[in-house]
Design a protein around this ligand. Structure first.
Ligand code: UD1
Ligand code: MG
Length: 461
């Protein structure tokens, strides 16, 4: 890469009227991450001297959205008070950029751009002062068209609204991504006027100006056109979401994951999945999540911020959040693992079971209709149907500690704080309020009585 400092300018000041939204366009999301955040994260991988984000419409909302971004100190927010056009927007950032820099200009509404493509564009700065990223598309409507001269050299960009009938037939479009030497860019921008269909100062006009001044202009294409899909409407937002998801599904399939229907899996954030894992339909996985090998994920599961070891089976309609599942664990159908759940090897969590802040050691089983919260459960303990850890007294949470090889009979309530030692047995229907010692039977239900000669009440005639 070039020895010159690299500055990246991201254009994010526009209103995005075509979105018909109160939210600034650049805060709309693809795969659970804002458009602007996608572009910032791809930019950071180029290790630029600085990223200048030009903001205007909804400025405070946009800046606030990045308050917690890991690299917030590398972002410089530049205000464009009035949105007078993309050229005007770039001009606002130039004063903060050193003279010998290369300037890479990105638009926040083109989120799928790859770092490798951007890096190749910066490399073009070795041999010319201006480089464009263009693409040949089937439907160029709405986009800037690339004009070329008789020797096929790029001679300018004409916007849809300014193009004549012949120019509108051109299928080579401007992605909006441009790289230039800083000082020359400034000189060209000073000459840009707003005498056009939108009365805006177009960044794209620098191309014609550079050409007329005799500068060589490089143009390159991305590996895939999907990288330069822009988002101006909700229809395009949905299209880009699908393109992104298709890319994620292909990445996982190429790594050895079976995806029953790639159009019915959604990956949001960092997700790694091991070989021979099978993912059935209608699954959403939110990162950061790691899933091992030979795992089966059945239909309609949502998995977030979790670690799932090898050979785990997740049955249909299971929701897993911030949890850690050990090798061979078996959960669902209809299980809900809430944050802080840790399952050891071969633990079984059955239908309509909810866990939270709970550690279950190897071989423990909670098969039906139970709540296990703020609890630890020892290995091979069996918790019957409908057991509740009563962890909340209305003000504070308390812990339930259950040892190994315990048997908790169905429909029992364990009123925390309480401890059940190894090997103990709890009779069904018990309310346990005090410690149960090892290997003993605790039973607290009323004794069964039988009433002889009893008559059921009947209705008066
Ligand atoms: C722009 C290009 C067009 C290209 C297309 C690719 C111009 C004049 N046109 O058109 O050639 O084919 O992108 O997607 O550049 N913005 C500002 N300040 C402004 C105006 C816009 O920051 O005053 C920002 C917007 O927030 C957006 C980006 O610049 O992120 C592009 O603006 P947009 O209005 O979407 O331009 P397009 O019509 O898509
Ligand atoms: Mg646009």
């Amino acid at each position: 890469m070039s020895q010159k400092p690299l500055h990246i300018v991201i254009l994010a000041a526009g209103k995005g009227s075509r979105m018909r939204s109160d939210l600034p366009k650049v805060l709309h999301q693809v795969a659970g991450k804002s458009l602007l955040n996608h572009v910032i994260d791809s930019s950071l991988k180029l290790n630029p001297a600085k990223i200048h984000v030009v903001v205007g419409h909804g400025k405070d909302l946009v800046v606030d959205a990045f308050a917690d971004h890991l690299s917030v100190e590398r972002l410089s927010w530049v205000e464009q008070a009035q949105q007078l056009g993309t050229g005007h927007a770039v001009s606002q950032a130039l004063p903060d950029i050193e003279s010998n820099a290369n300037v890479l200009i990105l638009t926040a509404d083109v989120p799928l751009i790859k770092t490798s493509t951007l890096s190749a564009m910066v490399d073009l700065m070795e041999s010319c002062p201006l480089a464009l990223l263009t693409a040949i598309v089937e439907d160029p409507f709405g986009l800037g068209r690339i004009t070329r001269d008789d020797s096929n050299a790029v001679s300018g960009i004409v916007e849809q609204k300014d193009a004549n009938a012949e120019q509108r037939t051109i299928t080579e479009i401007n992605s909006g991504i441009i790289c230039a030497h800083r000082d020359q860019l400034e000189r060209w921008l000073d000459l840009v006027g707003d005498n056009n269909a939108q009365n805006e100062f177009y960044l794209t006009d620098v191309v014609g100006l550079a050409y007329e001044a005799g500068n060589p202009i490089a143009a390159m294409h991305p590996d895939h056109n999907s990288e330069v899909n822009g988002i101006n409407s909700r229809v395009q937002l949905a299209e880009v979401e699908r393109l992104y998801q298709r890319g994620q599904a292909e990445r996982l399939m190429n790594a050895g994951v079976t995806i029953i229907d790639p159009s019915r899996l959604d990956i949001r954030g960092d997700v790694e999945i091991g070989q021979d894992t099978i993912i059935d339909v209608n699954v959403v996985i939110n990162g950061p999540t790691r899933i091992g090998s030979n795992v089966t994920i059945a239909p309609n599961c949502v998995i977030s911020d979790s670690v799932i070891a090898d050979n785990v089976t997740v049955h249909p309609n299971t929701v897993i959040e911030n949890s850690d599942l050990g090798v061979g664990a078996n959960v669902g159908p209809f299980a809900r693992l809430r944050p802080g759940t840790t399952l050891g090897k071969n633990v079984k969590i059955g239908n309509f079971v909810e866990t939270k802040n709970a550690q279950l050691d190897a071989g423990a089983k909670v098969n039906h209709l139970s709540y296990v919260g703020d609890a630890s459960v020892g290995s091979n303990t069996n918790i019957g149907a409908g057991v509740i850890t009563c962890n909340y007294d209305g003000a504070n949470k308390h812990k339930t500690t259950i040892g190994k090889d315990v048997f908790v009979g169905s429909d029992s309530q364990l009123v925390a704080p309480v401890e059940i030692e190894d090997g103990a047995t709890i009779g069904a229907g018990s309310t346990i309020t005090a410690k149960v010692e090892a290997n003993k039977l605790a039973i607290s239900r009323g004794k069964q009585r039988q009433i002889d000669g009893w008559k059921r009440p009947t209705k008066a005639r």
